[in-house]
Design a protein around this ligand. Structure first.
Ligand SMILES: Nc1ncnc2c1ncn2[C@@H]1O[C@H](COP(=O)(O)OP(=O)(O)OP(=O)(O)O)[C@@H](O)[C@H]1O
Length: 575
């Protein structure tokens, strides 16, 4: 929790001002019972009306000052806490932006969302309450004790018995709920995960009539969260009645002993009235502390989860001694590269060595799970290799900044990803300052122009969430146009033509070859027809390169390739 305090630093002036105002508010609240005691003991007893009016006026002014301080301190503490929350959210978001895909896999997308939203809200809530209550509670408790002692030292002994009793209750409950609160956040993660999977996979769920199964899964996660939260709340609920009971007993004890002291003439009625108010203030302060104890365990569980993200050092970082890329050819070289996903028993890619030259079309083919996408993902450095080096234009990619490296690349992922916005916005993701001519040219090559103009608003048509209003092939073509508009040196297509019909696929490739004459073109494909014209075809099998050559060479020399080809093409096509 304390590690996050640094995020409050920029707002220290607001925090200090809020604390000062709270101090003034507490002083005013502590002073009022004394004035009231004087009105009773001096004004009423002596029938001194001007004295009563004078002190009554003073009470009114002090109460007004106290209220103004309370309003202003609430405003300042809310401002500081909300800004704290905003900065923390930005910090998590920025950190997550730097994560390699490994770190995303490790923490989990759903958990990252919960941490950026719910966890931060918990901590932010604690900050507001700490500034408002936590600062006020000790002032009120200590001030109340001091004032009560000045009113009647002997009667104050009642307080000495009550405070340790309440403190014990708070500590016992606090210890039991802390681990439970941590559990609540984990259960919330799980619920988010189930909801997310259900919403994104709604079509599959309906197609397979899995609604009941998914409902059960959701109910389980939902009940699990509810039960754990209930357990925590039961414990917390037990604390409040205990507090109230103690408060009432304390009041009875004070009135009882106070009455005895008034009878014996050692105490005045006004003093007893003030004393009761001070005891109330002390008890109230302790209740505030117990309320804080409700929040601290939950917020500290959230703070641990937030810190976990903030303290995760991204595996992939730019070197300080980065090299400026002078050449702009786009030559890609793999030298004996081996790569494993964390926790995997076997490397996914083993001893990969090849060259993909500018002006040449390199294709990668292989069975499912042979490592094609993984190989492609290593080029923009989405993952770090275990051994071997990858060079772009003769420079180890680890010596380039990620920005420089990725500026050279036009990447089309296997699963098309579009963002909410217009068609134009989505293509401009590839090049912010692209002219309309450039965008049109890219769409022309990607075979997207026709369907874009068939849309109601053309390039201004709005793409709904993740492109749900587009077909798979349309999404793929927009993803391709987004990469083409950059005119990069290296084009990486990860099975990006799979949703296109054969005719569109052929037209697109013909146009693409024209546009990418000088660039390095690397295409991962499942379909042999997509890569039949490649200058070199890399055949991957179980993470290893089985053979490299063109279609004809491989047909004669590579069994794996021949098998793939004969499973897709007829004898005449092969011949
Ligand atoms: N993020 C990941 N974490 C752990 N293992 C992974 C991850 N992504 C892929 N793998 C594993 O790595 C292997 C290669 O996967 P990859 O996606 O590179 O294959 P592929 O040849 O592109 O397959 P496909 O043609 O089906 O897309 C598979 O066994 C897969 O289970």
């Amino acid at each position: 929790m304390f590690k996050l305090v640094k995020f409050l630093k920029p707002y220290r002036l607001s925090v200090i001002a809020a604390l000062l105002l709270i101090f003034l508010q507490a002083l005013s609240e502590l002073f009022l019972p004394t004035l009231m005691a004087n009105i009773v003991d001096i004004g009423i007893v002596n029938g001194d009306t001007p004295y009563i009016i004078k002190l009554g006026g003073q009470m009114l002014i002090i109460a007004l000052v106290g209220t103004s301080c309370a309003i202003l301190s609430s405003y300042l503490s809310a401002k500081a806490a909300l800004s704290f929350g905003r900065d923390l959210r930005s910090a998590i978001f920025r950190r997550a932006e730097d994560f390699s895909l490994n770190e995303f896999d490790k923490i989990g997308t759903s958990s990252l969302i919960t941490r950026t939203t719910n966890d931060i809200t918990q901590v932010q809530h604690l900050v507001i309450m700490s500034l408002r209550l936590m600062a006020r509670a000790p002032m009120m408790a200590i001030g109340g004790i001091v004032m009560a002692f000045t009113r009647d030292a002997k009667l104050s002994l009642t307080i000495v018995f009550i405070i340790p009793l309440i403190s014990l209750g708070i500590v016992v409950v606090g210890k039991r709920v802390t681990p439970l609160f941590r559990l609540v956040q984990t259960k919330l993660d799980k619920l988010n995960h189930v909801v997310r999977e259900n919403l994104t996979g709604v079509r599959v769920i309906r197609a397979f009539n899995k609604e009941n199964h998914e409902r059960t899964r959701f109910d389980e996660a939902n009940h699990d969260l509810t039960n754990t939260t209930l357990k925590v709340n039961k414990l917390m609920a037990a604390l409040m009645p205990v507090m109230s009971l103690t408060l009432n007993f304390a009041t009875i004890a004070v009135i009882w002993f106070g009455a005895i002291r008034i009878n014996s003439g050692t105490m005045q009625v006004g003093d007893l009235m003030a004393f009761i108010q001070y005891v109330m203030q002390i008890m109230f302060a302790l209740i505030m502390v117990s309320m804080m104890f409700v929040m601290i365990p939950r917020a500290s569980a959230s703070a641990v989860r937030i810190n976990e993200v903030l303290e995760t050092i991204p595996e992939i970082k730019d070197t300080n001694n980065f090299i400026e890329a002078n050449k702009q050819d786009g030559l890609v070289e793999f030298n004996d590269v081996t790569f494993s996903y964390p926790g995997a028993e076997e490397p996914t890619l083993k001893n990969i060595t090849f060259r993909a030259e500018p002006g040449k079309f390199t294709a990668i083919i292989g069975g499912t799970g042979s490592g094609k996408s993984t190989l492609l993902n290593l080029i923009p450095r989405f993952y770090e290799t275990n051994s071997g080096i990858i060079l772009v234009d003769g420079i180890n990619i680890k010596d380039l900044t990620q920005k420089t490296l990725r500026n050279k690349i036009g990447f089309v992922p296997q699963k098309s990803v579009l963002f909410s916005g217009t068609v134009l916005d989505n293509i401009k993701h590839g090049k912010e300052n692209a002219t309309f001519d450039e965008i049109q040219e890219a769409c022309e090559i990607a075979q997207a122009t026709e369907f874009i103009y068939n849309m109601k608003e053309g390039f201004e048509s709005v793409i709904s969430q993740s492109g749900t209003n587009l077909s798979g092939g349309q999404k793929q073509r927009l993803s391709i146009a987004r990469a083409l508009v950059r005119k990069p040196e290296i084009y990486l297509f990860d099975d990006s033509f799979s949703a296109l019909d054969f005719k569109t696929d052929a037209r697109l490739r013909a146009a693409l070859i024209n546009q990418t004459k000088k660039a390095t073109l690397i295409i991962v494909a499942q379909r042999v027809s997509t890569i039949i014209d490649a200058d070199q075809i890399i055949v991957l099998d179980k993470g290893e390169i089985t053979a490299i050559g063109n279609h004809k060479q491989l047909l004669n020399s590579c069994d794996v390739y021949r098998e793939i080809v004969s499973s897709q093409l007829s004898e005449e096509e092969i011949a």
